[in-house]
Design a protein around this ligand. Structure first.
Ligand code: NAD
Length: 356
């Protein structure tokens, strides 16, 4: 019998998962549930799901596999609702939430099989219109327990499936994802306050600042729910970081040249040994930007665009203000890594522009 997969929450993650499931398992029936009507209509008209429901119970009761792809708080509420429905006997429920312990605990003792999941890729965009079949390409996809059924179902995502206990997942992501988001937002707010007495701060903020703070543009509603569902681990990272700042602060105060050099050498070596250095994805979503140093000449931007005409570009920005420490004044954004690499090759082959 044809199996039915239900995607609950037809946003960025739910719709992208649906596209990936269809790519790997085209024979499956994929249905969706979303409270709002507009995502339902778009998901059906774009072929992301075969059918979309505005009633959770009606959709859930005809599904063999259910993906909860809504914010964390709603995921926890929906687990409780599912327990009161007449679900299929061997239904498998999973989720996509960015934290795992609160969700896994909420599923304990419920009358259906639940496996926690976290596809660790994303975008600064949200909603069904940002759906991308390649979003999870080569990204880690964490399960809280081994599930060959889910791995097989999700094979079309081309992700890397790993198993982690929920608690360990939340500890690790607090360090490499949650805390960096807190830090990025703090840094831009500190700069904003400082700019009151030093207005040129806004002009002189350059490449290093941009790289450090890009994730400050992430969706605030999502980050509220992440911080509130993983508070202990994130607070521990905050405390620990204060110690790091004190350490380097002391070295600066003591004019400890050797100590400061060692501090930066150590940071450099650690980063170079990390997977992100090999271009692999980590816990923070990648942004697929190409920085091209183009001469300030008439027609040059049109030339770049003509060269890239066969590749889907999501955004173009001309960074005019400050060129110091910046990788290039033309910033072109792509949907995924494959498009980015193709574009880079085309520009490097056809021009002598420096590309980073
Ligand atoms: P999104 O805002 O793009 O989509 C959420 C969808 O759920 C929307 O269509 C919304 O209308 C719907 N929705 C919300 N509450 C609902 C309810 N009560 N009933 C029915 N539908 C409801 O968000 P997203 O980025 O797809 O995130 C979904 C989940 O995936 C979150 O738990 C998030 O933590 C997780 N996640 C996000 C990212 C990311 O970078 N965006 C990465 C990995 C995991």
């Amino acid at each position: 019998m044809q199996k039915t997969v239900l995607i609950v929450g037809l946003g960025l993650i739910g719709s992208s998962i649906a596209l990936g499931i269809r790519r790997g398992n085209p024979e499956l029936k994929i249905i969706g549930y979303n409270r709002r009507q507009e995502p339902r209509e778009i998901a059906v008209s774009e072929g992301i799901v075969d059918l979309a429901f505005g009633n959770f119970q009606e959709a859930a009761e005809q599904a063999d596999i259910i993906f909860l792809c809504v914010p964390i708080k709603q995921t926890i509420e929906m687990l409780a609702s599912l327990a009161s429905f007449s679900l299929r006997a061997d239904v498998l429920v999973t989720d996509a939430g960015s934290t795992k312990l609160a969700i896994v605990r909420a599923a304990e003792g419920l009358p259906f099989k639940f496996v926690g999941g976290h596809p660790m890729a994303g975008s600064h965009k949200s909603g069904v219109l940002a759906a991308d079949v390649n979003l999870f390409e080569n990204a880690y996809y964490v399960f809280t327990e081994k599930s060959p059924e889910l791995e097989n179902l999700l094979r079309g995502l081309h992700a890397k499936y790993i198993v982690m206990a929920a608690e360990e997942h939340d500890a690790v992501t607090s360090q490499v994802s949650h805390f960096p988001h807190v830090l990025a937002s703090s840094l831009v707010q500190q700069s904003d306050s400082f700019a009151v007495g030093h207005p040129l701060v806004k002009n002189l903020a350059a490449g290093g600042f941009r790289d450090m703070t890009r994730i400050a543009e992430s969706d605030s509603a999502m980050w509220v729910s992440i911080l509130l569902s993983n508070p202990a681990a994130i607070l521990a990272r905050l405390e620990d970081f204060k110690g790091q700042l004190d350490l380097i602060g002391q070295k600066i105060a003591n004019r400890d040249e050797e100590g400061i050099r060692n501090f930066f050498e150590k940071g450099k070596q650690i980063r170079q040994a990390m997977e992100i250095h090999q271009g692999n994805r980590g816990a923070i979503p990648n942004f697929y930007d190409l920085f091209i140093s183009v001469p300030d000449k008439k027609g040059v931007i049109l030339r770049v665009l003509a060269l890239l005409q066969d590749i889907s570009i999501t955004n173009i920005k001309i960074n005019e203000d400050n060129r110091e420490d910046i990788h290039g004044q033309l910033q072109v954004s792509f949907k995924n890594e494959t498009d980015l690499l193709r574009a880079r090759k085309i520009i490097e082959t056809a021009t002598d522009f420096v590309v980073e």
